[in-house]
Ligand binder design. Structure first.
Ligand SMILES: [Zn+2]
Length: 437
């Protein structure tokens, strides 16, 4: 199959007018002009005045929590965690979570996302991603401190559950582990995760989401310490700042993706950049929870590997990757008081190849180049004026302008319609389930 569009954007520096992409057996064979002329027998799908670019990579999400969207307002991070996450994990309602994950995966696909890195307590997002037709890394979540002396057994159980998930859902990119954060995991669990990472298990963790994390790790004080006490745990102190501590336990390394990195000192930015760790920048969630604005541009300048993430629908309110990209652009410019600090092109790079690098999947996805998976999105630009900058034109679209989403050469979204399941039907089922609860 040859796919043709007015603008083919491989994310290798080129914008190919009237470009074509040759795909066979789910892989990209060629990208350029005039491919159909030399292959007259090859069927052609012509998207017309669309941009065809690599699918967006969502580097941090919790599909389990889609049902929490718009439910809690005015809560700081630690209050949100206490109200939503921990209360919920004590009494999971599996059908709600299953439908939640499906709804979230459907909405992400409809916003042009082709790969999702999802931290999931239940692992149900693996089924959701596969059913909708997306790629992803599902990281099974661990809350190590609650395991206390039993941490080794908890870790082993999660690791075998991850291996089972990987066998059960082979279309996913892979499965890993996610110790929740440095303040909810004991040191031993983090060290076991570092050891597993050395053997090829991908790891995700929340890092430096607020300055409260610094107070907690340095002094055992502040709102996180109060939260831990309310949950029955003695606060711990490490004498280190969050990134320093993660480095100390061996988890600031390639193969690990850290979400947020809002409260980093200059020396920690250097440490993160040097380490090869992937960073998931989640601008909307960070702003909504009053965490602050990540020094994302400084991280990128320092050489850090950065991608974009939505976080859960509970804190990004809606899955719209265009909105995520616009927020990253606007907030970095506002923070730096400099419009040149990041461009629309830079942000689209973070949303595609940046995210693929942050997850260690850049040999397979993130750009349109021969050998990579045919994972792409087409964005309707039929109302774009000739005076518009192509990158800003893409950035200023929204979910409704996503025409087609293709993963492994197969249509996941076609003419704006999900091909696997009906989003309205999932929503109706979830609504019923929540009423019963
Ligand atoms: Zn998160």
């Amino acid at each position: 199959m040859i796919y043709r569009a007015a603008y083919v954007i491989p994310m290798d520096g080129r914008v190919i007018s009237n470009g074509e992409v040759l795909v066979r057996s789910g892989r990209i064979l060629q990208v350029g002009n005039g491919l159909s002329a030399s292959l007259p027998e090859e069927p052609v799908t012509d998207f017309g005045k669309c941009a065809l670019l690599p699918g967006f990579v969502n580097t941090h999400c919790h599909l389990d929590y889609t049902f929490t969207r718009n439910s809690l307002d005015g809560k700081n991070l630690w209050e949100w965690i206490e109200s939503a996450a921990f209360n919920w994990t004590r009494k999971p309602h599996m059908e709600i979570v299953r439908l939640s994950a499906l709804l979230g995966a459907a909405e992400l696909a409809l916003s042009g996302v082709t790969c999702v890195a999802d931290s999931s307590f239940t692992g149900l997002s693996a089924e959701a991603l596969q059913l909708i037709g997306l790629k992803g890394i599902v990281y099974l979540e661990l809350f190590g401190q609650s395991a206390r002396a039993d941490y080794a057994r908890v870790f082993d159980e999660k690791l075998s559950a991850a291996q089972e998930l990987r066998n059960k859902y082979p279309r996913l990119a892979t499965v890993g582990l996610s110790p929740h954060s440095v303040y909810t995991s004991n040191r031993e669990i983090l060290e076991l995760c570092a050891e597993a990472c050395g053997k090829g298990v991908p790891i995700a963790i929340h890092l430096a989401e607020t300055t409260a994390e610094i107070d907690y790790l340095l002094n055992g004080t502040g709102p996180i310490a109060d939260l831990r006490r309310r949950m029955g745990y003695e606060p711990m102190t490490t004498g280190m700042k969050p990134a320093e501590y993660l480095h100390d336990v061996g988890l600031l390394r390639k193969g690990v993706c850290v979400a947020h990195c809002v409260a980093l000192t200059a020396s920690e930015i250097e440490l993160v950049a040097r380490s090869g760790v992937g960073v998931a920048h989640c601008p909307k969630s960070n702003a909504f929870l009053g965490c602050g604005i990540s020094p994302m541009a400084e991280l990128v300048w320092s050489g850090a590997v950065v991608g974009l993430g939505t976080d859960s629908a509970g804190t990004c309110l809606r899955f719209d990757f265009f909105e995520e990209m616009r927020s990253a652009l606007a907030m970095q410019r506002a923070r730096a008081q400099d419009a040149a600090v990041v461009s629309a092109k830079d942000v689209i790079e973070l949303a595609t190849i940046g995210g693929a690098r942050a997850l260690g999947l850049d040999s397979r996805i993130g750009t349109l180049e021969p050998g990579k998976s045919a994972d792409f999105v087409t964005v309707d630009l039929s109302d774009v004026l000739p005076t518009e900058d192509i990158w800003l034109a893409i950035l200023s679209r929204n979910v409704g302008k996503v025409h087609t989403v293709v993963v492994n050469g197969e249509d996941v979204v076609k003419s704006g319609k999900l091909q696997s399941l009906d989003r309205a039907h999932i929503l109706a089922e979830l609504e019923e389930c929540l009423k019963v609860e």
